[in-house]
Design a protein around this ligand. Structure first.
Ligand code: 1BN
Ligand code: ZN
Length: 379
């Protein structure tokens, strides 16, 4: 198989392939038969309409256990105790809510649901089902989303594809995109479910969306679920790949909205149990540096290694359009494009590491973009 990966591995790369307060919370229960949606707001937030926006409520949908039924008041989340200055009589400004964290058990569930759909190649009914799942999860998180349909001319004919574009408004209208592809590669000779290649990053972007929706972000965050990243043919030969990202860039340029996109963070293949993500030398160096600095700060040096490789992926059309971009991808995955890219070879821990790193790096990226008018467009 021809793989267009140029490896520029450093000495540290190792043998390739051989690796190997609780304060009272008011709980409103809207119960239907068997399923409850429980909205939880910390009590100090109740006096402020802003904090009562749906996105600042924790929404749990779960089947009612017998013990759930009788009580409509309970504490579901531990939050930082109120500081004395927060006493109602003295309060001028709100204490910040405890930051929401990336929850890899939620991400894992998103991953599992995609894998349960089965192979999801571009143009297929299962991919349409996957797209409906993404849209319904975004809606449940209170995130506005739209489909961007297009016809892709592929070596096997025209295929109807669709990106999903979701927006979390920030203080600024300029945008930072978090992207993933959600198609899985078509293999006729075996059943390919893409647990890492496709499902893992899609799961992480969904969970990142939930967390970011509950934060006040400086930049508007765009979540991009891109279709048709995978080549339709077995090998990756241009232009038989990255259909969704190329269409997005073309459409944004035509609509005049590309200039507002200041950076792209692409996630791909982040589920590997033995996570070891190399720096992609095609990516924008300052973005890569910020991501790797966050990983080091969080103690995730084993998952984000200092070696380099050059990767062709959905970030290339953005780079070609002068949008700074970083690809966070673990290609050192023996199960890549095999029938074994399945639930047994991915882990929630790897999703957690990548989720934590992206959430830590985002404010640094925002600062970098806000502080430098020129760098915001350069590579
Ligand atoms: C990533 C996941 N890619 C395909 N599935 C892009 C890619 C193609 C990366 C070839 C390296 C080689
Ligand atoms: Zn792939």
């Amino acid at each position: 198989m021809v793989r267009s990966v140029r490896r520029c591995e450093s000495a540290s790369d190792g043998a390739n392939g051989a690796r190997r307060a609780t304060v009272g919370a008011t709980v409103r229960t809207v119960a239907a038969i068997g399923v409850a949606t429980i909205l939880v707001a910390p009590s100090h937030a109740l006096s402020d309409p802003r904090t009562l926006a749906p996105s600042n409520l924790l929404s749990h949908s779960r089947t009612l256990a017998p013990s759930d039924a009788p009580s409509h008041r309970r504490t579901l989340r531990t939050i930082a105790p109120l500081a004395p200055s927060d006493a109602p009589s003295q309060r001028r400004t709100l204490a910040p809510l405890a930051p929401l964290k990336f929850d890899s058990s939620r991400a894992w569930e998103h991953l599992r649901r995609q894998v349960a759909i089965g192979p999801r190649p571009a143009g297929s009914a299962p991919l349409a089902e996957c797209r409906r799942y993404i849209l319904s999860e975004l809606k449940a998180a209170g995130i506005a989303a739209r489909e961007q349909p297009f016809d892709a001319m592929t070596p096997i004919g025209t295929i109807k594809m669709a990106n999903v574009i979701a927006t979390i408004p920030g203080r600024r209208t300029d945008r930072i995109a978090l992207a993933t592809h959600y198609d899985s590669k078509l293999f006729r000779e075996f059943r390919f479910v893409g647990a890492s290649d496709g499902a893992s990053s899609t799961a992480a972007v969904l969970e990142l969306g939930r967390v970011l929706k509950a934060r006040q972000n400086d930049y508007t965050i765009e979540l991009l679920f891109l279709d048709g990243e995978e080549a339709v043919n077995t090998d990756w030969h241009d232009p038989d790949n990255t259909y969704g990202s190329r269409y997005y860039v073309r459409a944004a340029r035509q609509a005049g909205t590309l200039a507002g996109l200041k950076a792209l963070v692409l996630l791909d293949m982040i589920g590997d149990r033995n996570l070891d993500i190399r720096r992609d030398s095609n990516s924008t160096p300052w973005l890569t540096d910020l991501v790797w600095a966050s990983a080091a700060k969080l103690g995730y040096g084993t998952g984000f290694v200092p070696a380099n490789m050059a990767v062709e992926d959905d970030h290339l059309p953005f780079l070609a359009a002068a949008v700074p971009a970083v690809d966070i991808i673990d290609l050192d995955y023996p199960q890549w494009h095999t029938a074994e890219d399945d639930l047994d070879h991915v882990s929630a821990r790897s999703l957690q590491m990548v989720g934590d790193v992206v959430l830590d790096a985002l404010p640094q990226i925002e600062k970098q973009l806000a502080g430098t008018g020129t760098r915001g467009r350069g590579n």
